[in-house]
Ligand binder design. Sequence first.
Ligand code: HEM
Length: 399
Amino acid sequence: MSETLIEAPVSQYDPFDPEVLAAVHHHDGLLREVAPVVYIEKYDFYAITRAEDIQKALRNFRVFSSADRPFYEPNPFRPNAPLMQDPPEHTQTKSVMLRIFSQENMDKMESYFTEHAERLVDELLANGSVELDAYKDLAARYVLKVFPDILGLPEEGRELLLKFGDAVFNVLGPHNDHHFQKMEAGQPALEWVGANVKREKQSEGGIGWQLYQAADEGIITPTEAEQLLTAVFGAGFDTTVFSIAGMLRAFADNPKEWAKLRENPDLVESAFEEAVRYFAPSRYGGRVAKRETELGGVRIPEGAKILVMWLGAGRDPRKWESPDEFRIDRPSASGHLSFGFGIHTCAGQAVARMEGRSILRALVKRVASIELTGEPRHAINFQAFGHDYIPVRMTPDPA
Ligand code: HEM
């Protein structure tokens, strides 16, 4: 290791302080401007804060390992596969995940997602201009319809998937009152998920069934199949609901961007990417340094626990011009890190994109304007960022 390396600046920042959780973009942004790597003394971990350094670290997955992370303790809401695996185990489980979300499977889902997005928007606008909560009445309602249908889940109990996600994204943080309250509130969801990931509950040909098939083929173990399905349930709902809700909030705040999209609907894809950059639903991920290493000239000791700060990196001014502006025609929006980076990049991003784009295409055809009718609110959550109340008026196109 070179002699010229500097020690990481020591910070008293508490990423889990209630004041921080109320304004994460501001506070994680301040941390990013301190240094590319900062030592968070209170919890004894290192934060990697800037986009380029995150990419550099995660390319080096042998050193920046997923096998451990700050605050890690076995927890029923967070299975180890695939997020806590390194190669070669991770290579196997990830190949199975990518197989179930292959282009062929996604093509089969597309017409279903589109049809239901159009049906929902038609229903909401049936009587003309409508006031609604874009989180509950649109984002959550849509996601809880289409993806559980594809997974073959029963109607009853689906709303628990959001409670499950809420617990999942409050595991990785200090074990304080907030954490324990979320774990307790998630218990009924944990039971529902536990029952619905069992082999006998999977319908033939469905996503869960395909995961157990991979176990029968010996590619993964039956325990890993169950863990992967639990991971899909845990990672696949709050995140996508937050991405759609955040996108609608961003359009309500930026009517010119909505007008731009109406004029040029081909911008739907880049608009969704910009929305997940601007309001990144996942705030951070966790790693451990397998040996002493460096990043941006800063020494990271062997065994250091690390948080990789996606949300702050999404607003890194070194990467994006005017990062605090929502611009749907931003040429580089798809270079965001909101779906992660490297070997652990989001396994369900094709599903998330399909949901986000389908609902946006249905809206852009029919809705002339989206205006806030009250103060939106975002959830208080360690690891996820998202709005859980967005009162809006949607006015349909008279044509
Ligand atoms: C907008 C929605 C979503 C966002 C922002 C998001 C974000 C992320 C991020 C940042 C990671 C990387 C974590 C890390 O490296 O530490 C990740 C991984 C993962 N995501 Fe997503 N996700 C979304 C939707 C989904 C959906 C719909 C599913 C399932 C259908 C899913 C399943 C997974 C899984 C299984 C992993 C672990 C992949 C691995 O370890 O190789 N995600 N996601």
